[in-house]
Every structure is written in structure tokens, then in C-alpha cells.
Ligand binder design. Structure first.
Ligand code: PMP
Length: 315
């Protein structure tokens, strides 16, 4: 889209007044690292623009910044920057039902440093791009492959942070999975290689009867904003929602498996391949996944009344 929001920060954590500028290259010293966020603006049928829980992305960035020894914008600074960026790029928000404006806040070390240590300067940037619906037509089920060679994160590491470095270990696994014809990879814990973690860019849920289980966030998986929202919707609907260690055998024995994330929303999983086994799951209109999806997407796009205060209107 046309505009981005840029805000500089000194090493003592003072963020200067940020501003909207034309999207383009910026001048930086080689940097020490970056953490980022992802959220979307949706157009309601009446044309209004809606943001979904940007304050949760702000808090997640703050927790990540703390882990990475970076200063971070306050929740208000973050949300204001996201609103300004969405508003400045409003012509790029697709019509209702045709996609959304993906918004990416990025906090990077941008000062000169050679050694291993916090950067002497930081830059916070928010940029945006229109994206189509994740599923072009209808809702196609995802096919996943349980990865046993590559791991995504280890206990004590920074796997719970949305750091750009966390996506390096998954690139090869994901491209190998795609070349085998599956849509994504399911990562296992790095110690026992038996417990479910998440997929490359979404959280995972397992349904058995009226119980919905999802891996507990113990620092090795990203705590998704969609994950938290779907857990709340599911308990409102009377399901028992459990955060725990989910064994891979439980995944293979489930009625349903689904993924959650800003990109996919709530997406059904059609098949999972683990070693020499391949299991098929329910994905139809009556599935738990589809019911949760319709409520979540309804709130995000404004077709269902937001009784939870999750949605912010920006025009
Ligand atoms: N896990 C990973 C590794 C991700 O990159 C994402 C996308 N941000 C998620 C889970 C889902 O998080 P959210 O619901 O906040 O998009």
C-alpha cells in the first residue's frame, strides 16, 4: 500500500513522535535483530474499517521486546500507529468479503553495533499490504505433515516471541513439506519429539467429542491472538477447552484438528501424515471448526455484533 508509519527510539527507550511517510526503502545501519506483529483491517459491509484486538498485538510486542532486550512502544503508541497506518492506506482495504489489509508492525535494532548486545538505536515501522482471502473459493482443508527432523524452538529459547529469527528454522521444513504436496508442517517439542507445538504460522487445536485441546504456551510456541479468541468463543459455546501437553498419538486419534491465526482465521485440517500413517478428519459444515470459524470471522468483519469489545472501528 502507499504509506507506512516510522518512529525512532533511542537506547534509553524514548520513542520520538512517529509519522506517516510514503512506503519505500529506509536508511539503516546493519541491525541486531527484529521482532514483528501481524494484524488485519477488514471492511464492514457499510464501508467502515475494523481492526481486531490490536492491543493484544501491542502487548505481545512488549513481551517479545523484553525477551530481546529491546525497548517497545506503549500499547497506546502501538495501537495509534496501527490505526494511522490503516487509515492512511484505507483505499487498499478490499471490499467486504474480498480480503483484508494485512498490517505489519516491525521493531528493529537500527543502530551501529558489531558485538553481541542491544542496539544503540531502534526503529518501529508499520506497513501494510492488501491480501485476498486465505481460501480463494470455499474453505479448503489443510493437509499437514508431522516434522520429526527439524524443530522450531527449544525450551529456554525465544520460540514464544514473534522474532524474525524464529522463522529461519522452519523454512526448509516448510519447503520440503510443500514439495511433498502438503500445505504445512506440524512441529513437535524438541526434547521428546512426541508433543505437539504448532504449525509454521498458526496454532493448532485438537477436538475429541466436546473437548478441545491445544498445546499450552510454555515459551516454545507463539501465543496467537486468534488462539486466545477462539478459546473464548469455544467455551462460550459450551465446549471444554483445555491447554495442556498434546501427545502426537492424541492428534492422530482426534475427531477434528484445526489451525488458528491471523492469516488462516480458523482453518480445518483434512489430513495429517505422521511416519507411515495418514489420518483423515471431519471438516464439513457441521464441524466444530466451521462453527467457531463463522463466529470469529463474523466478529472480525462486522457481520456479527461484537459483544466482546474486540473490534475497533477507525473511520
Ligand atoms: N504461530 C506462529 C509461529 C505465527 O507466526 C502465528 C502468526 N502470527 C501464529 C502462531 C498465530 O498468531 P495470531 O493468531 O496472533 O496471528
Amino acid at each position: 500500500a502507499d504509506y507506512m508509519y516510522v518512529m525512532k527510539c533511542s537506547k534509553d527507550g524514548e520513542f520520538t513522535q512517529g509519522e506517516i511517510s510514503r512506503f519505500g526503502n529506509i536508511q539503516l545501519s546493519p541491525s541486531a535483530g527484529a521482532i514483528y506483529e501481524g494484524t488485519k483491517a477488514y471492511r464492514k459491509e457499510n464501508g467502515k474499517l475494523l481492526l481486531f484486538r490490536p492491543d493484544h498485538n501491542a502487548v505481545r510486542m512488549q513481551l517479545g521486546a523484553e525477551r530481546m532486550l529491546m525497548p517497545s512502544p506503549s500499547v497506546d503508541q502501538f495501537v495509534d500507529a496501527v490505526k494511522q497506518t490503516a487509515y492512511a492506506n484505507k483505499r487498499w482495504v478490499p471490499p467486504s468479503g474480498k480480503g483484508s489489509l494485512y498490517i505489519r508492525p516491525l521493531l528493529m535494532g537500527s543502530g551501529p553495533i558489531l558485538g553481541l548486545g542491544p542496539s544503540p538505536e531502534y526503529t518501529f515501522i508499520v506497513y501494510a499490504s492488501p491480501v485476498g482471502n486465505y481460501f480463494k473459493e470455499g474453505i479448503a482443508a489443510l493437509n499437514l505433515y508431522v516434522e520429526e527432523e527439524y524443530v522450531r524452538a527449544a525450551p529456554g529459547g525465544a520460540g514464544g516471541v514473534k522474532s524474525i529469527t524464529n522463522y529461519a528454522p522452519v523454512l526448509k521444513a516448510l519447503s520440503r513439506a510443500k514439495s511433498r504436496g502438503v500445505s504445512d508442517v506440524l512441529y513437535l517439542d524438541s526434547v521428546k519429539k512426541k508433543y505437539l507445538e504448532e504449525a509454521s504460522s498458526c496454532n493448532v487445536f485438537v477436538v475429541k467429542g466436546r473437548t478441545i485441546s491445544t498445546p499450552a504456551t510454555n515459551g516454545t510456541i507463539l501465543e496467537g491472538v486468534t488462539r486466545k479468541s477462539v478459546m473464548e468463543i469455544a467455551s462460550d459455546q459450551g465446549y471444554e477447552v483445555v491447554e495442556k501437553s498434546v501427545h502426537v498419538d492424541e492428534v492422530m486419534d482426534a475427531d477434528e484438528v484445526f489451525c488458528t491465526g491471523t492469516a488462516v482465521g480458523v482453518a480445518p485440517v483434512g489430513t495429517i501424515t505422521y511416519q507411515d500413517k495418514r489420518v483423515e478428519y471431519e471438516t464439513g459444515d457441521e464441524s466444530v471448526c466451521q462453527k467457531l470459524r463463522s463466529v470469529l470471522v463474523g466478529i472480525q468483519t462486522g457481520s456479527i455484533e461484537d459483544t466482546k469489545g474486540w473490534v475497533t472501528c477507525i473511520n
